[in-house]
Structures are given as structure tokens and as C-alpha cells.
Design a protein around this ligand. Sequence first.
Ligand code: HEC
Ligand code: HEC
Ligand code: HEC
Length: 431
Amino acid sequence: MRRVLLIVLLAGLAAVGGFFAWASRHPAIAPLAGPPEASRFDAKLVEKGKLLAAMGYCAVCHTRADGPPLAGGVKLPTPFGAIYSTNITPDPETGIGRWSEAAFRRAMHEGLDREGRHLYPAFPYDHFTRVSDEDIGAIYAYLMTQKPARYAAPANELGFPFGIRALLAGWKLLFFEAGRYVADPKRDAAWNRGAYLAEGLGHCGSCHTPRNAFGALRKDAKFAGAVIEGWRGIALDADSPAPVKWTAEAMTNYLLDGRDPKHGIAAGPMTPVVDLLADQSDDDIAGLASYVLSFQAAKRDDTAAAIAFAEERQLVNTPGAPAPAMDAALQPGHAIFMRACVSCHRKGEKYTPLALTSVLNDADPRNAVQITLQGLRPPRASRGFTMPAHAWMSDKELADLLRFLRGHFTRKAPWPDLERTVHEVRTGKAH
Ligand code: HEC
Ligand code: HEC
Ligand code: HEC
């Protein structure tokens, strides 16, 4: 039913979009003969552009595993089908080597390619539109001084009618607000710097803010949590599931080291983000923390109780020790935990107690499923915090285990329908 409704709505949108596309065609910007000479760019500007490109995770989406840097071809799953990132090296044929700075700026600010075609918002120009001309100039200098690579990305795999780029004109009319970041004079410099980075290059909202049926970010739910690539971009607003209230210090640790002792570790799509944040300046990270925390001000602080509960629930790794009293439904999972997990997740070990993690306290079990299945590839700054994959477990065993984790390490309501979630995550259907 929802799908039918969506198609009817989209047909309407297509009509509006078609008209709007006709009414507002965008001109091509003249191609350059070839990429500008690298020597044209000041080394300091290139260096600045490199850090800014890291802040925008360009390489995360534009470099495929084993492919040349920035040459594109990364497959991005969306609810509408798969979109492939393009080549942004200075190769004149398959990359952006013939793009002037004006054409590049227009792509970042308005989501149009050099020839004037609409780009899909899988390229987060809904955020990059907030970035200053000056910063975009630095990123341009950085990209144009990288090694060109000849490679053309595969065609997108979008079902009808999503494959029609002209439709995006209607989408933009309804949902896209172009414009640079405007500082809020009521806030201090750190907050404004953080807002500029989070709303612009850092595009934190693209994974932490839910989208409407048309894939546009919901303004009424900023940082309320979202699903991305089969993971949950955990809520960063007052609904944050973190049992210990985030402080500026803890958030700075998390963003720079990829983990904080009272919150746990970054996993899944957050890992490349923290790996790139690790190189940013302390001031920029403090700014990000200040901005994000301003959305959690209303959250209650139950830190002392949460730490006492976590301590009480830690298990010991003593063979034959009597199991703590627990509901019969949790016992099969407890047995699996004692076999597969307690050697690391136990009292006295240096790891974050499981009871303190947002992953187990979140209403959505999918990150816990992902982490248990895949294990952890630790962030660059927290080497050594590795965890093996447990993909050999059956869906039933995983569901039992997760029921136990939730029941024993949190005071939250049980996760419903665990076996289905486990199956969907395992088969890649959970996005
Ligand atoms: C979340 C993934 C993602 C991130 C992060 C990202 N891009 Fe992209 N980008 C894409 C996708 C997907 C496309 C293709 C869009 C399309 O085909 O409509 C694209 C297209 C582009 C284009 C248009 C190229 C062309 O040939 O039409 C440019 C320019 C670009 N990106 C630059 C950047 C820069 C610079 C950064 C970092 C500041 C960046 N992108 C970060 C996903 C991303
Ligand atoms: C590509 C998607 C993506 C982007 C971009 C992203 N995040 Fe995340 N973030 C996630 C996911 C997924 C998690 C959950 C990770 C886990 O379970 O360990 C997460 C977790 C977090 C957490 C931990 C929350 C908790 O309670 O445990 C914080 C804090 C955070 N992100 C902040 C940010 C900030 C700030 C930015 C922008 C600079 C950002 N994220 C950008 C996907 C993303
Ligand atoms: C070889 C050691 C090891 C084993 C075995 C292990 N883990 Fe982990 N696990 C880790 C480490 C290291 C972390 C990160 C801890 C930290 O940041 O302090 C972690 C973190 C986690 C997290 C929380 C992620 C977060 O947000 O911080 C979950 C959930 C988890 N493990 C579940 C399991 C389950 C379930 C099992 C058994 C099937 C298991 N682990 C077995 C090492 C292990």
C-alpha cells in the first residue's frame, strides 16, 4: 500500500518536476582544455584542501576497495536502488579534469554536473551547499593536484521512475535549500564552527537525521537517528540512548579516538568518519562536540546510576561459577555468551562494560547484530580494540544471544522480532 502511494506521489512529482526542469534548465559550464597545471596552486592551499576533503569524507564514497584513490565506482545502496559514485580525479575524459573551479563550486552548492544535469543527493550537496566558496576553492586545489585515474563508474541501478534525473528538479524544488552557512550571533565561536562543519562538510545529519519518503532530511527531527547502510546512525539529540550522558570530554574522545571508555567504540559506517576526524584540529573537534551536545541539553543525567548498574551486571569468566538468576528466556543466550564472549566482555577487563553502550540500549537492535556478526575493525586511533566476527552462529543462536544481551545488560524493553532482524541484517535487506 505504501509503495503504491509512493508511486502515485512520484508520478505527480514527475509531472511537477518535468515542468520545473523545462522551466529552469541549467546551462553547461564551458570545459577547460585540460586540468589546470598543478603548479598553479599554492602548497598551503592544497594542504588545507586535503584536510577539508577529509572532513567531507570524499574518499570514503569516491574510492572503492582496491581502486585508485577518488576514481569512484563505490556502490551506495539507497531505498530507491543503487547509485555509484563518480570519478573525481583530474582525468579529463572520465574524471573532472575539464571542470573549472566555477563548475566544481556549482556541483557542491547546487548539485549540478558541469553539463548542467541534476545530481542525486546521495552526493551530499544538501550539506555541501553550506560550505564557503573559499573552502571549496581549497578542495578544488587539492583534487586537481591528485593523480588522474582513467575509470568510468557503472551505470546506476535505479528502478523506474527514480532513474530519471530531470525528476530531481522537482525534488530540489520541494526539499533542497541552497545557501551558505549563516552564523548564529547568539552562540559562541566554537558552536558556530561546529555547526558550520557538522551542517556542511561533515554532513553528520546524512546518517543521524531521519529522511522522509522522498529521501529528504526531516527538518523537524534533526539528529533523531536514522538507518544507513543496514546500520543505525544512533540518535544524537535528547533521545540519545547513551546511559551515561555525553559530556564535551567524552564526545571529543569518541570523535578523535573512535571510542570513549564510558560509551564504547565507533563501528560500521562511523569508523571511516572517526578515522578522518582524527586528523582535524582540536578546535574543530571541540566545536563539533559543542554543537552536537547542544541538542542533548534536555536529556536527564543518570550517570551515577548507570555506572553502578553496569558494574553490577558485569559477568566473571570463571568456569563452573553459578549463573546469576535470570529469566528462563535469557538462559540459552547466556550459555552462548559464556562460550563466545565472556573471555573479553567480563569484569576487570579494560573494555567498556556492555551495559554502557548505546548499541545495546538503543531501541533498534541492528548495530548489535552487525557488530556480533562482523566483529570490529577498530578505528585507527584505537588499534588493539578488535573483536572477531561471529558469522558462524545460526540466526536462532544470534537471536538468543541478543535477547540475553538486551535483557541482562539493560533495563529496556526486550527487542521484538529478533530472529527476523538477524536474518535481514545478515542478508543485507536491512536498509
Ligand atoms: C555519501 C557519499 C559521498 C560523499 C561523502 C561524497 N560524494 Fe561526491 N558523489 C557521490 C555520488 C553517489 C555521486 C554521483 C551522483 C550522481 O550520479 O548523480 C557524487 C558525485 C560527485 C561530483 C559530480 C561528479 C560528476 O562527474 O558529475 C563531484 C564533483 C563530487 N561528488 C565531489 C565530492 C567531494 C569534493 C566530496 C568531499 C567533499 C564528495 N564528493 C563526497 C557520493 C559522495
Ligand atoms: C556515514 C554515516 C555517518 C556519518 C557521516 C556520521 N555518523 Fe556518527 N554514527 C554513524 C553510525 C552508524 C553510528 C553508530 C556506530 C556504532 O554503533 O558503533 C554513529 C555513532 C555516532 C556517535 C556515538 C553515539 C552513541 O551514543 O554511541 C556519535 C557521537 C556520532 N556518531 C557523531 C557524529 C558526528 C559529530 C558526525 C559528523 C561529524 C557523524 N557522527 C557523522 C554513522 C555516521
Ligand atoms: C577477543 C575479544 C572479544 C570477543 C571474544 C568478543 N568481543 Fe565484543 N568487543 C571487543 C572489543 C575490544 C570491543 C570494544 C570495546 C571498547 O570499546 O572498550 C567490543 C565491543 C562489543 C560491543 C559494543 C560496541 C560498542 O558500541 O562499544 C558489543 C555489542 C559486543 N562487543 C558484543 C560481543 C558479543 C555478543 C560477543 C560474543 C559473541 C563478543 N562481543 C565477543 C572484543 C571482543
